[in-house]
Design a protein around this ligand. Structure first.
Ligand code: ADP
Ligand code: MG
Length: 359
């Protein structure tokens, strides 16, 4: 068991004469036994971070520790980690039993009896006991993914590292494997870093979620924390589906004025004091259709069964509201919307930093 600490970890790549900063002085602690999900858009540095923890990339600067041990200069095979990749990387000519036991057989620490016992225990844990004699090509995608997991689990490592392990599975199986993986991780209690670009997956799985953008850590917190109290506009926009509505408003005394007919008087203007412009965010579920609100023109209504998504235009800004299933305004219709002031997110227009603590 180990707590993992990344202290000002930096990884630069040279691409011809250009320097790419893939990981930009990252500070991050993953608690002992925690399931931490590292999430962010494609190219933001997730894989490079994970490979650095694994020892597959040599960091440019900074230190990585497992518990009390500085592992920064240790080779991958000398770190007690097991990694699961998106493409399962199973050996096609070996059956499931040999695939799972492969890493143990390379080591001199295990006799064949111990290997057999461990492989059988792992297969049972994953519900693949009946597949031990089969070759990978005879397995479904979900079964292959279980074998890949088995290969990691059987080693009983200090740390699990997983890079988008479910992204090759279809939606239904992916949802099922999310739950199974979470259960398994909590059972094994092994410190885990799980990488995904999918914020829904991150929110569903992580004990905590670390959000990255452009090589930099934006925020670490529980699903509720990053959703309700985002540090900045990037986090607010990245987390949540449908995405938060965003617009730029001018500030005059207590009044926010924006595109189309957006006009709102703040009863508490303290957060916007000193600003002549701010970025305003409103979550789709915090908007309601009212009698005497702000005008918007309906473009499309999507019926979800238990609720409707109402897409609207207000000047040049597109808005989405989650409304009651019984409400179905027509495209082209002008509706009025309202919201509670406490539901407003406010951001610095230059830095994107949050201007208020949500309640
Ligand atoms: P993610 O996993 O979040 O999609 P990566 O860690 O793969 O992001 O990549 C981060 C950045 O580093 C990208 O700009 C990518 O092109 C660059 N990069 C990753 N690996 C290499 C490499 N081996 N050589 C050069 N650039 C790389
Ligand atoms: Mg990646």
């Amino acid at each position: 068991m180990a707590e993992i600490t990344l202290d000002t970890v930096r990884k630069e790549f040279r691409d011809n004469s250009r320097t790419i900063v893939a990981v930009n002085d990252l500070d991050l602690t993953i608690r002992d036994g925690e399931f931490l999900v590292l999430v962010g858009p494609s190219g933001c540095g997730k894989t490079t971070t994970l490979r650095s923890v694994a020892g597959l990339e040599e960091v440019t600067s900074g230190t990585i520790t497992f518990g009390d041990e500085d592992v920064t200069d240790l080779r991958a095979r000398d770190r007690d980690v097991a990694m699961v990749f998106q493409n399962y990387a199973l050996y096609p000519h070996m059956n499931v039993e040999r695939n799972i036991g492969f890493g143990l057989r390379l080591s001199t620490d295990f006799d064949s009896q111990e290997i057999t016992r461990r492989v059988e225990d792992t297969a049972e844990m994953l519900g693949i006991e009946d597949l031990l004699g089969k070759k990978p090509k005879a397995l479904s995608g979900g079964q292959q993914q279980r074998v890949a997991l088995g290969r990691a689990i059987v080693r009983d490592p200090e740390v699990f590292l997983m890079d988008e392990p479910l992204s090759n599975l279809d939606a239904k199986l992916r949802a099922q494997m999310r739950t199974e993986l979470q259960e398994l991780q909590h059972e094994l209690d092994v410190t885990t870093v799980y990488v995904t670009h999918d914020q829904t997956e991150a929110m569903a799985m992580g004990d905590r979620i670390a959000i990255m953008n452009d090589g930099e850590l934006q925020q670490v917190g529980t699903a509720e924390e990053v959703y309700r109290t985002p540090n900045n506009e990037f986090v607010a926009n990245f987390i949540g589906s449908p995405s938060i509505n965003l617009l730029t408003a001018t500030v005059e005394n207590d009044r926010l004025t924006g595109p189309g007919g957006f006009s709102y008087e703040l009863s508490d203007p303290a957060p916007v004091e000193g600003y002549d412009r701010v970025r305003v965010g409103i979550r789709p579920e915090d908007m309601t259709l009212v009698e005497d609100g702000i005008d918007a023109s309906v473009t499309v209504v999507e019926q979800m069964g238990n609720e409707n998504f109402c897409y609207m235009e207000m000047g040049e800004v597109d808005l989405t509201a989650r409304i009651d299933a019984s409400l179905r305004p027509s495209p082209g219709e002008t509706v009025e919307f309202g919201f509670e002031e406490t539901a407003l997110y406010l951001f610095d227009p230059e830095t994107g930093e949050s201007l208020k603590t949500m309640t």
